[in-house]
Write a protein that binds this ligand. Structure first.
Ligand SMILES: C[S@@+](CC[C@H](N)C(=O)[O-])C[C@H]1O[C@@H](n2cnc3c(N)ncnc32)[C@H](O)[C@@H]1O
Length: 321
């Protein structure tokens, strides 16, 4: 089956990343290789791209698509949370630019058997990395009701979280929930008819929340961004595309923290922590897609690109300090 994923904010991302021929770049979310192909076009001859994805199906698709670039590309399966560890065997000490295009790809969402979609019936899976043991079925059938409600509230911002969790627990007492279709049916029973008539699909927020929990998406992000900053050369750029407010908040706060440097309380008369600003934030407001892009690719509608540059004169330090 073809792996078709239309890269979001492509022209904008490539311009902000400021790719230079012969440069070294990391794509931490390789997917189908759409952004990667555009980067490779701009860094040849002599450039190098390290492409990471935790989904072997995505890596396989990227391998096929990027085959013409030969040894310019290294393919790495893993979680970007382990960025430093993943690239260590390649002997790369520092790079010119790093991209994170967060979330899931269209093929992940559209293939029923991956269990990400509330539009198609499939197993309750939602793992980006099939080597992982925890699936959505595990969370839905095993978690205590309060924990389930917390996940739906915190990761889905679902106002009916408590009711949906209550209905899930009642349903699983009769029989374990095995498919996305069964879960959607329970959610539709839980969300009052009036609320179901307006807004997006009633299962959208629950599915987002379970996906984030299964893949521990939010926990990985801030540590990965800090490691990425450590790996950048002075003047190197970090581009992050996020797709919902929870991710965007983490990106914004991490950028600002690293741009501020000093973490002393405001009441201190002088700095005692000695932390130096590592970054300059280049996008005061996030870059968002044009109306034309959203019309052509509805998946782009919630995308936000934030960009920061590693400050010159910042010494490389250990442990994200
Ligand atoms: C939006 S897609 C990227 C699409 C890509 N930019 C393109 O143009 O084809 C996000 C990809 O990131 C991967 N991903 C998400 N979280 C990850 C993580 N923590 N570590 C590694 N890969 C991750 C997903 O498996 C998915 O393939």
């Amino acid at each position: 089956m073809d792996y078709v994923h239309k890269p979001v904010l492509l022209a904008e991302t490539i311009a902000w990343l400021r790719c230079i021929p012969g440069g070294i770049y990391i794509d931490c979310t390789l997917g189908g290789g759409g952004h990667a192909a555009a980067i490779l076009e701009r860094i040849k001859p002599g450039g190098r791209l390290l492409g990471i994805d935790r989904d072997p199906a995505a890596l396989e698709a990227a391998r096929r698509r990027l085959a013409p670039y030969g040894a310019m590309v290294s393919f790495i399966q893993g979680n970007f949370r382990d960025l430093a560890h993943l690239i260590a065997p390649l002997g790369v000490q520092e790079v010119d630019g790093i991209l994170f295009d967060l979330g899931v790809s269209s093929p992940q969402l559209e293939r029923a058997e991956r269990g990400f979609s509330y539009h198609q019936d499939g197993p309750l899976d939602m793992r980006m990395d099939p080597r992982q043991t925890i699936t959505a079925a595990h969370l839905v059938n095993e978690l205590p009701q309060e924990e389930l409600a917390r996940i739906l509230w915190e990761y889905g911002e679902e106002r009916w979280a408590a009711r949906i969790a209550q209905f899930i627990v009642a349903a699983r007492k009769r029989a374990k929930l095995k498919t996305t279709g069964e879960l959607v049916a329970v959610i539709k029973q839980a969300v009052p008819a009036g609320a179901r008539k307006e807004g997006p699909h009633p299962a959208r927020r629950t599915f987002q929340a379970l996906r984030i929990a299964v893949n521990e998406e939010l926990d990985s992000l801030a540590p990965a961004l800090e490691t990425a900053v450590q790996l950048l050369k002075p003047g190197g750029r970090l581009c992050v595309i996020s797709f919902h407010s929870l991710e965007d908040r983490i990106v914004k706060r991490t950028f600002h923290r690293l741009a501020r440097g000093c973490t002393c309380p405001p009441e201190f008369p002088a700095c005692v922590c000695g932390r130096q600003p590592l970054l300059e934030v280049l996008t005061r407001r996030p870059v968002i897609p044009t109306a034309e892009e959203v019309q052509e690719n509805p998946r782009a509608r919630s995308a936000k690109l934030r960009v920061a540059e590693k400050r010159a004169g910042v010494l490389k330090t250990e442990g994200g300090e």
